[in-house]
Design a binder for this molecule. Structure first.
Ligand code: SME
Length: 204
């Protein structure tokens, strides 16, 4: 099957069935590959394009999803990461997420996750290690607006279980929608299963 066909969505699916379908497609797509860059690139594309193809809720209408991607803990990236004109106060005591693979319009590169200085939905989900459903982004204290078209958001943390049983957050999956209340509990359940799959499919 051509890879692009992974994002084909049959008609008539409930939203829970939709997420089950995306889960199965993603498991097949990630099989045999352990690079997190490669797998997150395909995961963001699959989720984004599957949502756009899912007409009942997210297609090209009023509830369109306009961004889907990952922010990853900066130490996991190769090369120099802490010198940036975009963040002049950067220093070795600052922890941050860096923009990873995504689909949608260009977005902010750095998100400060230093406790006490952290701001935004992604940083909060990362630090709390829990999914955040934001029905109205303009009402969320500290929300970082990368695109004024985004009205609601869901962010799921990526948590790696180490061999000695510790849970370590490595990043987040972030989705934006042009409608208020674009995501709900069914999306949360579906995306949490998907992030667990992505985490297990990669070497970190
Ligand atoms: N809104 C996010 C920033 C990332 S963009 O939405 C792509 C936040 O508040 O963390």
């Amino acid at each position: 099957m051509p890879h692009a066909d992974s994002a084909y969505i049959p008609s008539g699916l409930s939203k829970a069935q939709f997420w089950e379908h995306v889960y199965g497609s993603l498991a097949a797509l990630l099989d045999g590959q352990r690079s997190w860059v490669t797998n997150l690139a395909n995961a963001s594309s699959l989720i984004y394009n599957s949502l756009l193809a899912y007409e009942p809720y997210f297609g090209a209408g009023e509830r369109q999803v306009n961004w889907c991607g990952f922010y990853i803990e900066s130490s996991l990236f190769p090369g120099p990461r802490i010198t940036s004109t975009a963040e002049p106060e950067a220093n070795k005591n600052t922890s941050r997420l860096l923009l990873g693979p995504f689909c949608g319009m260009p977005a902010c590169q750095l998100i400060n996750t230093t406790p006490g200085k952290a701001r935004g939905v992604c940083a909060d989900a990362f630090l709390k290690r829990e999914t955040l459903l934001v029905p109205e982004v303009d009402a969320y204290p500290g929300h970082i607006a990368c695109d004024s078209a985004s009205k609601s958001e869901i962010v799921c943390p990526l948590i790696v279980r180490t061999s000695d049983g510790k849970d370590v957050p490595v990043g987040v999956l972030d989705l934006d929608c042009v409608a208020l209340s674009g995501f709900d509990e069914t999306d949360k359940v579906g995306l949490e299963k998907i992030t667990a799959l992505v985490v297990q499919a990669c070497d970190w």
